[in-house]
Design a protein around this ligand. Structure first.
Ligand code: AMP
Ligand code: MG
Length: 397
């Protein structure tokens, strides 16, 4: 089945709102075996909406729209669909009753503009939207499907997951498409590309550079779910062999989640002291679920006085300066001892970053110089610190 997405809203064209609805839907369609060929963004202007809908209707079997279902005058998706399909808009009594009931529940008078959210055309069925006032539309006509969903991402995603995707999966008999992402580190995009080009993996492979390493997206297509799964497993096994030692995670794995699991599984605790990253390392570590089980805490120290107060020797600071491995190591040790943890991380530096991870017996260190803006440099240093932690956790005693 060929599909296209039309994202509706002038705010998208002005760059004020990022079209996350389209990227979400684009990531979901392959799971149903639906091929997406186009994504269009169009402003809140009736003539252009009708024109885009006409083109989409002519060339695609499935048209998904998001946005333009609000109560205001610039929300014109219903009007444009009714014009494109040549069907009259009418208030549906059941929808109207539901809408009025919702406002009564909130103890508010329903504004007269909201009544358009209760309208349908004869070939449209309403799709429930418990997260908002705008029901979606499911239109089937001449063997084609048009699905109109609301713009707010929370409403759209719920509608997709609970209503649209289950119903579409019954109607579509395309190939099953399964994907898997393998996340690597310490290799460049070109190196990954070269290694992968020598493989005979039975899957399509996309290579993307991300802040936490090079990601490989494997895509397997087959008529049946089991075949696609088997193919993806073969592809993964083949790539794991080639990239041995470089893969740190799959799919939704995060670096903080991966090191968190290693710490929790090993019954180990962690403490951090950071100046260069200004608390970003602590914030990132605490993003992982159940981090309080192993993360004893983080100290955010500007280079001198506070570091000394927190246990870094004043003499080290004057001898080596904050931009040194010696001070990063002393920060890691001070954090570990102060917060009674098994492992400490210290992140120091000014122009360049110095990172140390130590457990009282062993240490791993890193220094880097990032030509990027400071917020970006902090993000990269945080990732580097997490990789060094992972490295220490995976090293044999
Ligand atoms: P709507 O009233 O249905 O046109 O959408 C209302 C709100 O949903 C907009 O103000 C945006 O904040 C959000 N929104 C609309 N379209 C998108 C989109 N394609 N991606 C992300 N957010 C969107
Ligand atoms: Mg809108």
């Amino acid at each position: 089945m060929d599909a296209e997405i039309v994202s509706i809203g002038t705010e998208l064209l002005r760059g004020e709102v990022i079209d996350t609805n389209a990227s979400y839907l684009a990531s979901q369609l392959p799971l149903l075996g639906i091929d997406l060929y186009r994504v269009t963004q169009v402003g809140d202007e009736r003539g252009r909406l009708v024109e885009i809908f006409r083109q989409a209707w002519r060339r695609s079997q499935l048209l998904l729209t998001t946005g333009g279902l609000g109560p205001t005058e610039d929300d014109l998706t219903r009007e444009a669909l009714s014009e494109m399909l040549g069907e009259e808009l009418k208030v549906d009594p059941t929808l109207e009753q539901g809408l009025r009931g919702l406002f009564a529940l909130w103890g508010r008078e329903m504004p007269s503009h909201n009544i358009k959210q209760a309208t349908l055309i004869p070939s449209a069925q309403a799709i429930p939207n418990p997260r908002g006032t705008a029901p979606g539309w499911w239109v089937e006509k001449e063997g084609k499907i048009v699905i109109a969903m609301p713009g707010p991402p929370k409403e759209m995603r719920r509608m997709w997951e609970k209503e649209v995707s289950p119903r579409l999966s019954q109607q579509v008999k395309g190939e099953i498409i399964i994907s898997r992402t393998l996340k690597t580190y310490s290799l460049t995009e070109a190196e990954v590309d070269e290694l992968v080009s020598r493989s005979s993996s039975p899957v399509e492979i996309g290579i993307y550079a991300k802040p936490d390493g090079i990601h490989l997206r494997l895509i397997a297509r087959a008529p049946k779910q089991e075949e696609a799964e088997e193919r993806i497993q073969q592809g993964e096994a083949c790539l794991r062999q080639i990239l041995t030692g470089h893969i740190w995670g799959v799919d939704d794995d995060t670096l903080e989640g991966v090191v968190g699991t290693l710490l929790a599984d090993g019954g180990l605790t962690l403490a951090t002291m950071e100046s260069y990253t200004g608390g970003l390392l602590a914030a990132t570590l605490s993003d992982a679920p159940r981090s309080c089980a192993y993360y004893n805490g983080g100290l955010v120290a500007p280079p001198k006085e506070t570091s000394i107060a927190l246990g870094v020797e004043a003499q080290l600071l004057s001898q080596y300066g904050a931009t040194s491995l010696e001070v990063a190591l002393a920060m890691a040790t001070a954090a570990r001892q102060r917060l009674e943890a098994n492992i400490g991380i210290g992140v120091s530096g000014e122009d360049a970053v110095f990172i140390a991870v130590e457990d009282g017996r062993r240490n791993r260190t890193y220094h880097g110089n990032y030509p990027s803006s400071y917020p970006e440099a902090k993000r990269r240093a945080t990732i580097a610190a997490l990789f060094k932690l992972r490295c220490l956790l995976l090293s044999p005693d």
